[in-house]
Design a protein around this ligand. Structure first.
Ligand code: PLP
Length: 402
């Protein structure tokens, strides 16, 4: 009895190893500082929780249309109009079980075996695995630190082949925190439009988490032509601290939306019904969502500045200033070949393991994010933890020996 080649093609997550070790230490009572969080450390706002409770009290506990309730899809269309200057009909939108599920659905809807998907590296580690699960071929394009880890038109052009079916653009980016400017996105859109049959999958899940005056722009908003080619992936996980509610959505042309809804109707049926009502409250125009996001953003920005300042205390590490999301990607290349109490560091995974063992600090090694010289630090933790954890990291890297 064998498992499928498809299942075997999926890489196990390196991040889980570190997270599991950190959790075990914590459970044993060790003061572990974890920079591993991939989710905001805020409670889901009360008004959203109330909306879910109210939905339950009103008996909203049954199936909905597979693509989501019409009222939620209309609320999402309103949001896209209001915030992104995009005109979508409710029928162009499919609500799914988190943005991750949306990405999976989108790839399932457009890929045939052997189709290539361009993924700028560093990337969120799930992208290549989802492409492989859909029988596609991930094609990585290495972006450069000096370009702020943003894909250039030349790099994109060179990666396009006859088999290219899609390009994934993630702005603001996990793990780099890069945010593309409007001009940069316009230029990338021009390259895509020169070639027939290439979709853009635009992962906008961190769209509201931007700093230093950066402005989130949806690549779909430039023209009807590019909108037709774009599948927007977004959701409420990060913006409203709703990671556990599992609601995301795609906005695309009607044909793709129909294909996604049809696939989903057999895979999972509709996403969780009360969570859809909660999401409608979160996205409601003039509701309390804006104030919540503003408060969270202010706090994240303070933590971002604090963490960056602390990281300046060592010339053994460096980072590219992040303008979005809640991560700082730190270059630890200069630590390779060095030792801590006899333990040699030859990779980001070694760095993360030894740092955890010797200093009780968990960071995410970025090998599986296409950035083997880096570790990712999330600042979705308290300022106290940022200060203590960063001090430990600095002491660790400054005391490595040959
Ligand atoms: N896209 C990116 C870039 C992410 O970092 C994440 C979560 O970490 C997701 C999508 C998935 O979001 P969701 O929790 O809504 O599935």
């Amino acid at each position: 009895m064998k498992i499928s080649n498809r299942a075997k093609s999926v890489s196990p997550s390196l991040t889980l190893e570190i997270t599991a070790k950190a959790n075990k230490l914590k459970a044993d009572g060790v003061d572990v500082i974890s920079f591993g969080a991939g989710e905001p450390d805020f409670n889901t706002p009360d008004f959203i929780i109330s909306a879910a409770k109210n939905a339950l009290d009103c008996g909203k506990t049954k199936y909905t249309p597979a693509a989501g309730t019409l009222s939620l899809r209309a609320a999402i269309a309103d949001k896209l109009k209001r915030e992104n200057a995009l005109d979508y009909k409710a029928s162009d939108i499919v609500v799914s079980n988190g943005a991750k599920h949306c990405l999976h659905n989108a790839l399932q809807a457009i890929l045939d075996p052997g189709d290539e998907v361009i993924i700028p590296a560093p990337y969120w580690l799930t992208y290549p695995e989802l492409v492989k699960i859909s029988d596609g071929v991930p094609v990585f394009v290495q972006t450069k630190a000096e370009d702020g880890f943003r894909l250039t038109t030349d790099e994109l052009e060179k990666a396009i082949t006859k088999k290219t079916k899609a390009v994934i653009i993630n702005t603001p980016n996990n793990p780099t925190g890069a945010v593309y400017s409007k001009r940069e996105l316009e230029k990338l859109a021009e390259v895509v439009l020169k070639h027939d049959g290439i979709y853009i999958i635009s992962d906008e899940i961190y769209e509201h988490l931007v700093y230093d005056g950066a402005e989130p722009v949806s690549i779909a908003s430039f023209s009807d032509e590019i909108k037709e080619r774009t599948i927007i992936v977004n959701g409420v996980s990060k913006t409203f601290s709703m990671t556990g509610w599992r609601i995301g959505y795609t906005a695309s042309n009607g044909e793709v939306a129909k294909a996604i809804a049809s696939l989903q109707s057999h895979e999972t049926s509709n996403p969780n019904t009360p969570a859809q009502y909660a999401t409608e409250a979160a996205l409601c125009d003039g509701g309390h969502g804006g104030a919540f996001v503003e408060g969270m953003l202010k706090e994240f920005d303070e933590r971002r500045l604090l963490l960056m300042k602390k990281l300046e205390d060592s010339d053994k590490i460096s980072y590219v200033r992040p303008k979005g999301a809640f991560y700082v990607m730190v270059c630890i290349k200069d630590c390779f070949g060095k030792k801590c109490e006899g333990r040699k560091i030859s990779s980001a995974l070694d760095f993360a393991n030894v740092l955890l063992e010797k200093k009780n600090v968990a960071v995410i090694p970025c090998e599986s994010f296409g950035a083997p010289d880096y570790v990712r630090l999330s600042y979705a933790i308290s300022k106290r933890d940022i200060e203590v954890g960063a001090d430990r990291i600095i002491s660790f890297v400054n005391n490595l020996t040959r």
